[in-house]
Design a protein around this ligand. Structure first.
Ligand SMILES: C[S@@+](CC[C@H](N)C(=O)[O-])C[C@H]1O[C@@H](n2cnc3c(N)ncnc32)[C@H](O)[C@@H]1O
Length: 224
């Protein structure tokens, strides 16, 4: 009888803990599987010619280059380095972060061939430990809006620390039309991003496929 009581007392909490662990593992596994799919999606795209890899710097970035004082620029999700190269040509000291090895190699080769010494880091945009801040410009064309929620949260949390006080965050993204959509930024999330800065300018547009898109120009980080 004593033994049965013992088994029940020990067995109860253990069973509960096993259930919690199993649920926790399932959530963790889903996050890992989604991250792997995200990584595979981009790496497979770079085996061919991804639609975004046009080799052309968008007019919004050209406008920024035309008026901004040169400094240190960080391109998060820099792809094959089109905008790193353009910024380097305009006199910026450039760094890119990209998790697709093929795109990193292409970006490095392009900078090197053109005689620029910028660096292209193979890594995750949510990982601030791979960076050497501060940067005067953080550019993101189409990367943030495809990240999972926890990487987005880490990315946002890093922004104030990696930008100079008067630095600019220039972001191109698609709007989230359906709440469950994997890609896109909702109005609530935009408010979260904007709340990190003193001045925010927003320019809504459409991409060449008719999707609702936007350029956000944020300056002057607010200290936490
Ligand atoms: C839509 S593409 C845009 C590429 C580039 N900015 C351009 O305009 O050509 C998004 C890029 O972000 C990269 N990317 C996505 N998630 C990332 C992550 N977590 N860490 C690093 N790079 C990522 C992809 O591999 C891809 O190159």
């Amino acid at each position: 009888m004593k033994q049965k009581e013992f088994v029940e007392t020990v067995g109860g909490p253990c069973r509960i803990r096993e259930d919690l662990n199993r649920d926790g593992m399932i959530k963790g596994d889903i996050i890992m599987i989604n991250r792997l799919r995200h990584w595979l999606r981009f790496n497979l795209a770079y085996l061919g010619s991804p639609p975004w890899d046009t080799g052309i710097t968008p007019p919004e970035v050209e406008q920024y280059i035309a008026i901004a004082k040169v400094g240190r620029a960080l391109d998060l999700g820099c792809g094959t380095g089109t905008n790193l190269l353009r910024l380097a040509q305009a006199g910026w000291d450039v760094t890119g972060v990209e998790f697709a090895p093929k795109a990193v190699l292409v970006a490095r080769r392009r900078l090197h061939k053109a005689g620029y010494s910028g660096s292209v880091i193979l890594g995750d945009v949510g990982d601030a430990s791979i960076l050497q801040p501060p940067y005067d410009l953080v550019l993101d064309i189409g990367c943030y809006h495809g990240l999972d929620a926890s990487t987005r949260a880490r990315y946002r949390a890093n922004l104030p620390a990696i930008l100079t006080d008067a630095g600019t965050f220039l972001l191109y993204f698609h709007h989230k039309i359906e709440p469950e959509a994997r890609v896109g930024i909702s109005e609530e999330e935009l408010i979260l991003i904007a709340s990190l800065f003193k001045a925010v300018h927003r320019q809504d547009s459409e991409d060449r496929f008719g999707r609702k898109a936007c350029w956000l120009n944020c300056t002057g980080v607010i200290d936490a």
